[in-house]
Design a protein around this ligand. Sequence first.
Ligand code: ATP
Length: 532
Amino acid sequence: MAESKENVLMEKIVSLCKRRGFIYQSSEIYGGINGFWDYGPLGAELKRNVKELWWNTMTRQRDDVVGLEATIIMSPQIWKASGHVDTFSDPMIDCKTCKGRFRADQTHEIPCPQKPSKMVSECHGEKTPPRAFNLMFQTYVGPVQDDSAIAYLRPETAQAIFAQFKNVLETSRQKVPFGIAQVGKAFRNEVTPRNFTFRSREFEQMELEFFIKPDEVVEAIAGRVASTAEIGNRKSEIGNPDWGWEAWHKYWVEQRIAFYEGIGLPRTTLVEYWQKPEELAHYARACVDILFTFPFGTQELEGIAARSDFDLSQHERFSGKPMGVFEEELRTAWNQLPKEKQDALWRRYYENRKKYLVKMGVAEETAARDATEDANGLAKGQYIPHVIEPSAGVDRLILALIANAYSEDQMPDEKGKPETRVVLKFHPRVAPIKVAVLPLLKNKPELVKKAQAVRDQLRPWMNVFYDDAGAIGRRYRRQDEAGTPFCITIDFDTLGEKPELQDTVTMRHRDDGKQERLAIGELLNWLLPKIR
Ligand code: ATP
């Protein structure tokens, strides 16, 4: 049977990734290990660029977000509080005939044992009933391997942000609304890792927890909460006091889509999927998945969830440490509100707190007492912040960038004959190599010396690749496959063969092969705005 176009494309991508050193199977010399991938020289650069761009956009270029770098192994209590110990599981079934193990909701296809990038139909043998399988990797801390020493590799980076919320608040001089960002490894023992790196067992996340005031507090201070109809792209008005959770949620969805467009994923490849009420996690008020059109289907790149005050509340209950904040502004505003307004806001806050507590299994009476205490806190300027969480996967983004960049076209070879070339059309911002410096001939010391001087001039500013081996056309093709947007060729004119061209170079553009002549002295100023 002919393979589908999508499968063929996926195979080409997997093969290019290996051939050019983007992604290798982990432990390949021992037959590999399912669900684990290593990034080679080009992949490591690409990944680093993506993480740095995220970090710069989300933290350094903003006044209202700060960073965190927490440990992978944390107190197991964190995963109790977050719900991961009890509920972070997928339904798993076993096939009695082929002995395969699958996710009950994904039994139609499995990765081919010979070629993991390819999906094959699974056998129709009898299956066991589904049972819950916890996705957390478990380990032991210390020398004694008993239950008291059990710990987990984090299945997401977000929980550390909640656990350190108070420390960051107290040491960073931030005030709600503000965010804490983190990039790092996460581990999930996925039942069926699939689609190359898309679903891996070890991967990286880029997560932001953006803490905001609950709507009742916004209303107490600003007198109103902006309606969804009013909320356009209000970048210039960030932090407007009337922004409730819907405004902030919408704002972050727009910011994240703009980020993807800014690194070369066209809007047409992205889908903004608003989860239906029945799909939402019980604590979430809304969740938007940003999906990308991969060759194997349109799938999630990032989720942006409005998670209410669930996370901080859970950690407050499990740790016994207060997670709320105090704001003089709220206390003052509250005391100036008319009694009816106070009562209405008090009631709404109380109902939300009580609903949450009851859902968590707290007895009705205790929940009512605790919720009363929480709502009474408003008058004292106290509340538990809510949170908007944009959570993205680095590896999925890398795969999306490679899939989006992959193209084949016709370009004339050395003799002008058209030949098919493979080219990765990365946005220069993410490209692993920004510029290749190529002396026309390797055995002409003047050319080599000049080329090395150009390389050394550019190197402090960007990743430069120096290549003097082989015909110039072949060197261009190699850079096309690596996704290098610009190639600089040093030729005899550079040395002054045509005096008017002395100290100029050929700048060759990857996407259309066009060439132009530029002075060495202007290279840096020409390149910098294109790669940043
Ligand atoms: P999925 O439904 O695809 O399993 P999820 O909704 O469980 O994903 P989240 O828990 O929201 O994912 O994690 C946030 C992001 O982390 C995802 O959008 C994705 O980019 C990334 N991610 C999650 N699981 C994996 C994985 N197994 N491999 C690679 N990236 C992952």
